[in-house]
Design a protein around this ligand. Structure first.
Ligand code: UD1
Ligand code: CA
Length: 492
């Protein structure tokens, strides 16, 4: 179907009073994106001649948010209603364009196929206006479709203006329409603000078209969810539920197992490979890409993460802007961030934080460590509690550890520092100088053993606890409790 005769108009100038927010309504997020972005994406696939977004409230913010999409904006100032909003787009629509699809920026679940079907139906019947309608269980708040005896549309009546005998109508106006523009413009010009809000209602143009004897049709959306609007916080949440369900269904279709799917949150751009298993209460955010046959265990949050195949993320791990190569394992309770990279089969365990560091093949850091600004060669073992002291209070400094190195537990590597291939660092060391390849680096005070010290102390304490004379107990106790044990009491 040719769409060069089509323009799309998205209404996004309203304030969204019912959200009680400082943020413009269409910038509120649902399903992982601002509302307006969902709507623009659905419209872009229509390949219309022009997409025009009507902005007004927080125009600068909305313009900035949609700049990347390359759509055209038209300012509506002040906002005098949906009919007025359409009217201000007239200059922006080339005269050769015959049809316009008009839709609100706050109904983000709409799909391209539904808009294409609306346009098709409109062209087939030759109507002046075709309304996308839907039957809702709870139509409160929406304008209702009033049909004449022949089934054609005679008017749209706003919720607040419903007559008693119209209250039972469950077919609602989605605010998504297709118009033949040569019929619409004259009607918009004669709209009057005859309502409580003193606005020019686009819906009144329908009655005007009918008065002129024009044909107005309504086609019912196959899926009522698609037309849900977001006027309140509760609406945003309800729409989010639908988006998330759609995304999970697509991911499962691609061969992914999701346990308790309703507890799993997946952003729209996330990709997951077949035979990957996702446990309950996982969040996959941003542009996360997960390969085949991975396991993401419960409570983990992955944001802009890249996982190759066969990666295991154990419970409650956080992976942000990081890369996990084939066969790597992280967690439980691991935190990888800011460009951490694990090469093939590397492993990071409990309470290990990795920032801007590369861990080579088969590197292990299993417990309680901080590795920041480090490069660690293949086959190296990082002992429990190792810390790279990368920050000197002013700058971040690098730590370079070679291949097959053994870093003993509880070592502090004061950067900038290098540990050569095959070297050892003794447990408990504070390493401030480079360790050459194959050397042992020890950086700690030598141990001193004092033979018999503990036994002597116990004897001294036992003696002090014995009452000397009846009646003098109180005094003597306080005197000895402060006394040092004999022999062993001298401090170095
Ligand atoms: C509108 C319809 C109602 C329909 C419902 C579906 C009218 C009068 N009513 O009501 O029949 O059932 O949508 O969701 O059209 N906007 C502007 N400029 C304005 C006013 C509004 O751009 O001057 C934009 C808003 O930002 C919003 C859209 O138009 O994106 C719809 O406006 P809103 O106030 O949400 O209309 P509803 O009360 O929901
Ligand atoms: Ca609305």
């Amino acid at each position: 179907m040719s769409t060069s005769d089509l323009a799309v108009v998205i209404l996004a100038a309203g304030k969204g009073t019912r959200l009680k927010s400082n943020l413009a309504k269409v910038l509120h997020r649902s399903g992982g994106r601002p509302l307006i972005e969902h709507v623009i994406r659905a419209c872009q696939s229509l390949k219309a001649r022009e997409i025009v977004v009507v902005i007004g409230h927080q125009a600068a913010e909305v313009t900035a948010a949609i700049a990347v999409s390359g759509v055209r904006t038209v300012l509506q100032q002040p906002q005098r209603g949906t009919g007025h909003a359409m009217l201000v787009t007239r200059r922006a629509i080339p005269p050769s364009v015959k049809f316009a699809i008009l839709l609100p920026g706050d109904a983000p679940l709409i799909r391209t196929e539904t808009l294409a079907a609306l346009l098709r139906a409109h062209k087939e019947t030759g109507a002046a206006a075709t309304i996308l309608s839907a039957e809702l269980e709870n139509p409160a708040g929406y304008g209702r479709i009033v049909r004449g005896d022949d089934g054609s549309v005679s008017a749209i009546v706003e919720d607040s203006a419903l007559a008693q005998d119209q209250r039972g109508i469950r077919e609602i106006n989605s605010s998504i329409y297709c118009f033949s523009l040569d019929k619409l413009w004259p009607c918009l010009a004669s709209l009057r603000p005859q309502n409580v809000h003193k606005e020019l209602y686009l819906t009144d143009a329908i009655a005007l078209l009918r008065q002129k004897g024009e044909n107005v049709q309504a086609v019912m959306a196959a899926d009522a969810d698609e037309v849900l609007g977001c006027n309140t916080r509760a609406d945003l949440a309800a729409v989010d539920v639908v988006f998330r369900r759609r995304k999970r269904a697509a991911i499962m279709d691609a061969g992914v197992t999701i346990e308790l799917p309703e507890t799993v949150l997946i952003d729209p751009e996330v990709i997951v490979g077949a035979d990957t298993r996702i446990e309950p209460c996982v969040q996959l955010l941003g542009k996360t890409r997960i390969g085949a046959a991975c396991t993401i265990r419960t409570g983990s949050v992955l944001s802009d993460a890249v996982l190759e195949e066969n990666v295991l993320v154990k419970p409650h791990s956080i992976v942000v802007s990081s890369h996990l190569s084939r066969g790597t394992q992280v967690g439980p309770f691991a935190h990888l961030r800011d460009g951490a990279r694990l090469e093939k089969n590397a492993r990071v365990g409990n309470f290990v934080e990795v920032k801007k560091s590369v861990l080579g093949e088969d590197v292990k850091s299993m417990h309680l460590s901080y590795l920041g600004d480090a490069r660690i060669g293949a086959g190296t073992n990082i002992g429990a509690g190792t810390i790279t002291c990368n920050y000197d209070g002013v700058n971040k400094n690098p730590t370079t550890i070679g291949k097959r190195v053994f870093i003993g537990s509880n070592s502090a590597l004061v950067a900038p520092v290098r540990v050569g291939d095959g070297a050892y660092v003794a447990a408990g060391s504070t390493i401030t100088n480079n360790v050459p390849p194959d050397a042992l680096g020890i950086g700690r005070g030598p141990q001193v053993n004092k033979p018999g010290w503990a036994a002597a102390r116990r004897r001294a304490m036992a003696a002090a606890a014995k009452p000397t004379k009846p009646g003098s107990r109180k005094k003597s106790k306080s005197a000895v409790s402060r006394r040092k044990p004999r022999k062993a009491g001298r401090r170095r």
